[in-house]
Design a protein around this ligand. Structure first.
Ligand SMILES: O=P(O)(O)OC[C@H]1O[C@H](OP(=O)(O)OP(=O)(O)O)[C@H](O)[C@@H]1O
Length: 386
């Protein structure tokens, strides 16, 4: 199995070769000792609720990874928020899945981190257009993972073309600074006119207006050049030149409006996250967000055996026994032993994913996105990163 870019191929992941070596030693040892106990294992980030919610995703890949293995799996639905307790539970002979632990955790940890950060950006400007621009910050082989997480969290679109093919959504975007450089300083009007002539009618005419002159001058030039065809301007002012970014945006808005161009939208990008979006959401119409999503910490999931041959077990510091998690109408997240009564009016959140090796769940990204946004409201998700 090879790959010109040195990435681990899908076949190796499915075969259980994308694993930490100690799992291979574990298999050798258990087979040598003729042991293969029946276990229940749970994936958790925190044992108890912490007061801070994360978005759960990556579960579609877990279904693909485990299909055909002699196990049963229950897990949270895609896009569900959680705060402590199991997000996924696997039951079966341990050697059915020992080597899959490494990939299982990777499939969940990073996408859940991306989705949680994307949700922060989404909720920082609920009424604005928010687009994912972060593909450039990750290995290209996982660009669609970033863009999917962004859509799951309710972002309005993304920039990566190949991800669009995979997700069956068209990538958006207009022009980089490279295009402006190719026409040169003083020739911005020529660049925007050529763009207007070259691209399809369905592409919005959003002029990049921070390249050579100040944002006001370039915005007014774009409005004059493209006339009614101009849909918007994008301001990507470099941090060192930004000063009072809100004031710059308001100034551009003022000057456009003074020329009766209230129809021209203002989009902002460049190092934006929820804390910098929030003060701009009433003066800008949309935002491009990249590094805030792609720099998100992975959710620190681990897999632990909690029951072995029907007996509860755990390492020190972890909780033994098969558990369930519940959501109450007030948005509470509760962890309890699965064979006990859950909280009154609490709904169990774990749902069947695999039964006897068969996938028993369907996946729908739009449905998952609705779930994510509804649950964020139900639990009062905190979009502040401070
Ligand atoms: O800062 P992030 O939130 O990660 O956003 C990703 C990128 O999007 C903007 O780039 P732009 O399209 O202007 O790139 P260019 O300078 O290459 O033209 C911005 O300047 C970032 O480089």
């Amino acid at each position: 199995m090879s790959n010109p870019f040195g990435t681990v191929p899908s076949e190796a992941i499915l075969a259980g070769e994308a694993t930490d070596a100690y799992f291979e030693r574990t298999r050798a040892t258990l087979e040598h000792a003729d042991k293969n106990p029946h276990v229940v294992a749970e994936v958790t980030a925190d044992q108890f609720p912490t007061g801070s919610f994360d978005v759960f995703t990556g579960i579609k890949d877990i279904a693909t990874l485990f299909e055909g293995r002699n196990v049963d799996i229950d897990a949270l639905p895609d896009g569900q928020l959680f705060d402590g307790g199991p997000v996924c539970r696997i039951e079966g002979p341990y050697l059915e899945f020992a080597e899959l632990e490494t990939s299982l955790l990777g499939f969940l940890s990073q996408p859940s981190g991306f989705a949680t950060a994307a949700l922060e950006a989404r909720l920082a400007a609920p009424d604005s257009l928010v687009l994912s621009f972060g593909a450039r910050h990750v290995h290209p082989s996982i660009a669609s993972t970033v863009e999917r997480a962004a859509l799951l969290a309710g972002l309005d679109g993304f920039s990566h073309v190949a991800a669009g093919e995979i997700l069956d959504r068209e990538a958006g975007g207009t022009m980089p600074h490279a295009l402006m450089f190719c026409f040169g300083e003083g020739n911005q009007a020529e660049a925007w006119t050529a763009f207007d002539e070259a691209v399809g009618a369905d592409v919005p005419r959003i002029a990049l207006v921070d390249t050579f002159w100040d944002e006001k001058s370039e915005s007014l030039l774009a409005a004059e050049t493209l006339g009614d065809d101009l849909d918007g301007v994008r301001i990507d002012t470099t941090g060192s030149r930004r000063g009072d970014f809100r004031h710059i945006i308001r100034e551009v808005r003022w000057e456009l409006d003074a020329r009766d161009r209230e129809d021209v939208d203002i989009f902002c990008s460049g190092g934006l996250g929820p804390d910098t979006i929030r003060p701009l959401r009433d003066v800008a119409d949309g935002f491009g967000v990249g590094s805030h999503i792609t720099s998100a910490d992975s959710v620190d999931f681990s897999l632990d055996i909690v029951e072995i041959e029907d007996e509860p077990i755990s390492k020190r510091g972890k909780l033994s026994g098969v558990k369930d998690v519940y959501r109450t109408p007030e948005g509470g997240h509760h962890v309890a032993l699965a064979d006990r009564e859950g909280p009154s009016e609490g709904d169990s959140l774990l749902e069947p994913l695999i039964r006897d090796g068969d996938i028993v769940r369907e996946f729908d990204l739009e449905e998952a996105s609705e779930r994510c946004l509804e649950d964020a409201e139900a639990v009062g998700f905190d979009d502040s990163t401070a």
